[in-house]
Design a protein around this ligand. Structure first.
Ligand SMILES: *[C@@H]1O[C@H](CO)[C@@H](O)[C@H](O)[C@H]1NC(C)=O
Ligand SMILES: *[C@@H]1O[C@H](CO)[C@@H](O)[C@H](O)[C@H]1NC(C)=O
Ligand SMILES: *[C@@H]1O[C@H](CO)[C@@H](O)[C@H](O)[C@H]1NC(C)=O
Ligand SMILES: *[C@@H]1O[C@H](CO)[C@@H](O)[C@H](O)[C@H]1NC(C)=O
Ligand SMILES: *[C@@H]1O[C@H](CO)[C@@H](O)[C@H](O)[C@H]1NC(C)=O
Ligand SMILES: *[C@@H]1O[C@H](CO)[C@@H](O)[C@H](O)[C@H]1NC(C)=O
Ligand SMILES: *[C@@H]1O[C@H](CO)[C@@H](O)[C@H](O)[C@H]1NC(C)=O
Ligand SMILES: *[C@@H]1O[C@H](CO)[C@@H](O)[C@H](O)[C@H]1NC(C)=O
Ligand SMILES: *[C@@H]1O[C@H](CO)[C@@H](O)[C@H](O)[C@H]1NC(C)=O
Ligand SMILES: *[C@@H]1O[C@H](CO)[C@@H](O)[C@H](O)[C@H]1NC(C)=O
Length: 881
């Protein structure tokens, strides 16, 4: 036990002592002993400085010009949040009034603007993933970005690839896209391009292996009665890190994402926001990330160590909410002055913030932020943390445009038709529709009555937590279906209480009933507990006795249609194959137009083509990975060993030859399609050359005085706001100014070797450009197939490309391409996908590079991960490096 504690503390700092002691230990070992040999994250220093390559070259020069004019205090201001609720946004950094730069405003959420009014609420990431439609993913990002821009927001805190969805019960999986890294990677890239094209910086989060809510932060876990002193450690081997968890972040970097948020959890026993292996080595060096890393809110645990490990911005700036002190702010000013953080590192932080700032088109003359996160009143405190400066803080700017049209369209195009016996759907002027279930109706107290949607009342159109936002309206299924019924002169009755058993019984047993049962399962962020679910779901069954409701209705009604709103898979084994359950639809979390979206699908105005972005297994155990619910390391950091490696979701079921109920990628249409004519063409792409050479030495921009007197609060009239974080010092005595009882430990005690180096650094073989070695993105093969609509309705189809890499440790198949095609009845279209070098490569832990193995490689094109209708091999035409 003692050793555990020692390892945890020291590894978190990644000191030289441990680096040498553990020299022989392989980061890539894949498994770790549980008897004293905890997973370990090796040190990597110095933190890579940004370069002026690629698309960002022009704005790099602009940023350099700006940053070169800044004083040390101004630089620190840009890196440090001003404290929780000290300004209008969920995060604000300090400003540079002298040069006209107002505070950067960082705002939730990945589905639209949190904490304001007159904004739209979009579908969840997981829901838009189900469209398998790049254009819709982009359009959603662009529309959200436009709304953010118009409220004065600088950084949208999304999209999400961590969690990716390792455990189906993971509370925030819905904020991300899919447990498949390829699909998530596309979702990330398209969302980022959309958001940034609209003029705000996107933030890819949470880096990395942030796969469960439970134990993500020790104080939160303490509040739930768990006596742990440190956050959970996600223990991930090198291959799994590259091939699964980092994969979508590579897409994000390649797409030009401006910021990345490091996560609360530890990775191999080093905190996400001070993990030099993850931030310096993998993210900034190997993936060539040129933007800034911000901490999750209160995920920073050290000052100098986090700076050395690659953190560029602390959020919300205070050590924990409203302490009035910071690991950075005055401490960062001092650290640069006393040499524990190099001037080059600080300059790099600011360059990494200002370059994407200019890249997305932001200027030094941005309009004011026109809302306050802390009140919906027009008049309120500017500094809500202390209730100071009462003024007009909300201008109630309506930023929605006609985004409801897009949201309705995405909701419909994301609805997965899982079952449709005897062409029950689409409905055509049915005689009598009986809508059953609380999930069809409104929350009687209003759609925003539970803060951050921390309840499951009425129809579920969003999960809970900081990843949600306030609805401008919420169209319920009941209201939309009733409107349709009135138009059709259909008899319509709804019962919106799951427990009104006798009323339901008498209604659905009447002749000619088409019963539509709405059910749900909710989850969200760990700071809210809903019905005993502390973020993560406790189980995979439906809420409010949904399964019983379906069984009761279908026992009486031979035409029972089920609609599920959920944050992930539920166990449907108890009822899905009942002949009376004639149709099943998964509608995800559709956002504000929920009722209209589902009505469009049920009535055939939209012919469904969505695909389930996760597996529906018959048991929870089949998923192979789950939430760690109990601490397993005494009072120290719980150890979450990702022993399943890359085998999550469909890869887990494929490995154990377990038949799912609905496999990843599955979804029906109201028409039918045939697949033919697979053609695989080698592009003759060149060889893969490891990147070699060295960086330039670290540049510095501007000079600074070393006299502490230059860094004091400006003067006695300075409008000091309590709890606000400033870059200034309160004393000319460094120790007094730091307020740190441990101030002044020597650099040797304090920092690992090379942390302060500004010398040229070797480039990594797998690195070299944003997204990694540019040749990883070479198109190696073009794959085409002919898809024919063999039915009598126009429709859309999502052909999917899977590959088998053929090795003993490779998944049976992995998604590596898809396209959503619109094909008229009787017509054909060509499916085209590009196989990139990365798509057919494995991470080699010895070479520390991607390689194409000698194992035979097979390409499949099909309509789901198990309907692999066409296949061909890459044998003989592989170009090896
Ligand atoms: C402890 O771990 C070491 C190294 O992995 C192993 O050799 C040894 O058998 C383990 N002991 C126990 C009691 O599990
Ligand atoms: C730092 O930011 C604060 C808050 O925006 C501002 O009041 C202050 O003037 C800034 N300091 C400098 C040196 O620009
Ligand atoms: C938590 O565990 C520590 C170490 O065992 C112990 O000292 C402390 O009293 C415990 N706290 C609570 C609230 O149980
Ligand atoms: C500096 O950081 C230490 C923790 O490392 C903290 O205790 C102290 O209050 C901080 N000082 C200021 C002025 O924020
Ligand atoms: C659906 O079709 C099957 C046979 O094709 C039949 O046995 C069953 O009764 C039909 N169900 C309904 C609800 O019409
Ligand atoms: C309505 O139900 C009755 C009694 O079962 C049946 O005879 C009739 O065909 C049904 N009509 C429709 C339109 O389903
Ligand atoms: C699963 O959790 C939900 C939500 O807390 C609860 O309503 C339901 O009863 C639970 N199911 C089981 C089988 O315990
Ligand atoms: C299907 O519904 C009929 C009533 O129409 C009922 O008699 C039968 O038992 C139901 N079947 C199942 C499997 O629930
Ligand atoms: C710094 O000085 C101000 C007054 O100028 C005071 O209100 C504040 O508490 C001091 N802050 C710290 C961190 O000591
Ligand atoms: C330098 O400043 C930082 C931030 O206040 C402090 O933590 C560290 O102990 C100081 N080190 C030295 C050598 O003065």
């Amino acid at each position: 036990m003692k050793l555990h504690v020692l390892v945890v503390v020291v590894a978190a700092w990644a000191t030289r002592a441990f680096a040498s002691r553990l020299q022989g230990r392989q980061y890539n070992s894949g498994t770790w002993g549980s008897n004293g040999t905890l997973a370990y994250s090796p040190p990597f220093y110095p933190s890579p400085w940004m370069t002026s390559t690629g698309e960002w070259a022009d704005v790099y020069a602009q940023a350099k010009d700006f940053v070169s004019q800044l004083t040390l205090l101004e630089k620190v201001n840009i890196t440090t949040g001003v404290g929780w609720a000290s300004e209008r946004c969920v995060g604000n950094v300090g400003s540079v009034p002298r040069l006209g730069l107002r505070s950067l405003c960082l705002q939730d959420s990945p589905v639209g603007i949190r904490f304001t009014d007159y904004n739209s609420v979009f579908s969840s990431g997981q829901t838009v993933a189900a469209t398998f439609d790049r254009n819709l993913m982009y359009a959603r990002g662009y529309a959200m970005g436009k709304e953010m821009k118009d409220k004065g927001i600088t950084v949208q805190l999304g999209p999400v690839a961590g969690p990716i969805g390792r455990a189906p019960a993971g509370g925030r999986n819905w904020e991300g896209f899919s447990p498949d890294p390829y699909l998530t990677g596309i979702g990330m890239a398209e969302s980022i391009k959309g958001i940034q094209d609209a003029g705000v910086i996107a933030c890819a989060k949470h880096f990395v292996a942030n796969e469960q809510e439970r134990f993500r932060q020790a104080p939160e876990a303490n509040g739930y009665g768990f006596n742990i002193s440190e956050s959970l450690s996600s223990n991930v081997d090198d291959v799994t890190m590259h091939e699964l968890y980092m994969w979508p972040f590579a897409d994000a970097v390649k797409a030009g994402v401006g910021s990345i948020m490091c996560s609360y959890n530890q990775i191999n026993n080093s905190y996400g926001c001070q993990n030099s292996k993850m931030l310096n080595n993998l993210l900034k060096n190997e993936l060539g990330f040129q933007g800034f890393v911000m901490s999750d809110w209160q995920a920073q645990h050290t000052g100098v160590a986090s700076a050395a490990a690659g953190l560029d911005m602390t959020m919300p700036g205070d050590t924990s909410f409203n302490t009035g002190v910071s690991y950075w702010g005055a401490n960062l000013t001092l650290a640069v002055l006393n040499g524990t953080v190099s001037a080059a590192r600080l300059d790099d932080m600011v360059m990494r913030i200002m370059t994407p700032y200019f890249y997305v088109g932001l200027t030094l003359d941005e309009p004011e932020i026109n809302f306050s996160s802390w009140t919906l009143d027009t008049i309120g405190p500017l500094h809500a943390s202390v209730g100071a400066n009462i003024q007009e803080v909300n201008y109630h700017v309506d930023v929605r445009r006609d985004h409801n049209v897009l949201i309705r369209n995405i909701g419909a195009r994301a609805t997965v038709l899982l079952k449709n016996s005897n062409n029950t759907l689409p409905l055509e002027s049915p005689k009598f529709v009986a809508v059953i279930g609380e999930d069809a109706g409104p929350n009687p107290l209003g759609p925003n009555s539970c803060p951050d949607r921390g309840c499951d009342k009425g129809t579920l159109a969003s999960g809970w937590g900081s990843g949600s936002s306030d609805f401008p309206f919420l169209v319920t299924p009941d209201s939309a279906l009733q409107a349709q019924a009135l138009a059709d002169n259909t008899r319509y009755e709804s019962i919106l209480d799951n427990y009104a058993t006798s009323k339901i019984t008498s209604l659905v047993s009447q002749a000619n009933a088409t019963a539509i049962v709405f059910v749900n399962a909710d989850s969200g962020e760990g700071y809210l507990n809903v019905d005993g679910n502390e973020g993560d779901r406790n189980n995979l069954t439906l809420w409010h006795s949904g399964d019983e409701l379906i069984m009761n209705v279908s026992a009486l009604c031979p035409n029972t249609i089920v609609v599920i709103h959920s944050t992930g898979p539920t166990l449907v084994g108890g009822w899905y194959d009942s002949p009376n359950v004639t149709a099943i639809l998964w509608a995800g979390l559709p956002g504000e137009e929920s009722g209209n979206s589902i009505t469009d699908v049920l009535y055939g105005k939209v012919n469904p083509a969505a695909r389930t972005p996760f597996t529906w297994a018959s048991t929870r155990a089949s998923y192979g990975a789950d939430v760690l619910y109990e601490p397993n390391n005494g009072n120290a950091a719980p150890q979450d060993d990702f022993t399943e490696g890359v085998f999550i979701d469909y890869r887990a079921l494929d490995r154990t030859n377990t038949t799912p109920i609905y496999e990843f990628g599955f979804g029906l249409s109201y028409t039918t399609f045939s697949y033919s004519n697979l053609v695989i063409t080698s592009t003759g792409a060149g060889n893969y050359n490891p990147t070699t050479g060295f960086t330039q030495p670290a540049p510095t921009f501007g000079d600074h005085s070393t006299n502490l007197a230059s860094y004091q609060f400006p003067n006695s009239k300075f409008p000091y706001i309590k709890e606000y974080i400033y870059p200034y010092l309160n004393s000319t005595d460094a120790e007094t100014a730091s307020m740190d009882p441990n101030y002044g430990e020597t650099v040797e005690q304090f920092l690992p070797p090379n942390a302060l180096s500004t010398n040229p650094q070797p480039l990594l073989a797998a690195g070299g450009a944003p997204g990694g070695n540019p040749a990883l993105w070479d198109v190696m093969y073009t794959v085409t197939a002919t898809i024919t609509n063999t039915g009598d309705r126009n429709g859309e189809e999502v052909p999917q490309l899977y590959v088998s890499l053929g090795g003993p440790n490779d998944p049976l198949v992995m998604l590596r391409g898809f396209e959503r095609l619109s094909i008229d009845a009787g017509g054909s279209a060509t499916f085209t996908a590009s196989l990139l070098r990365r798509d057919i490569s494995n991470w080699d832990t010895v070479q520390q590079n991607w390689v194409i193995t000698n194992y035979p490689k097979t390409v499949y094109v099909g309509s789901s991960s198990r309907k692999l209708l066409l296949s061909g091999t890459l044998d003989g035409i592989i170009i090896r490096h």
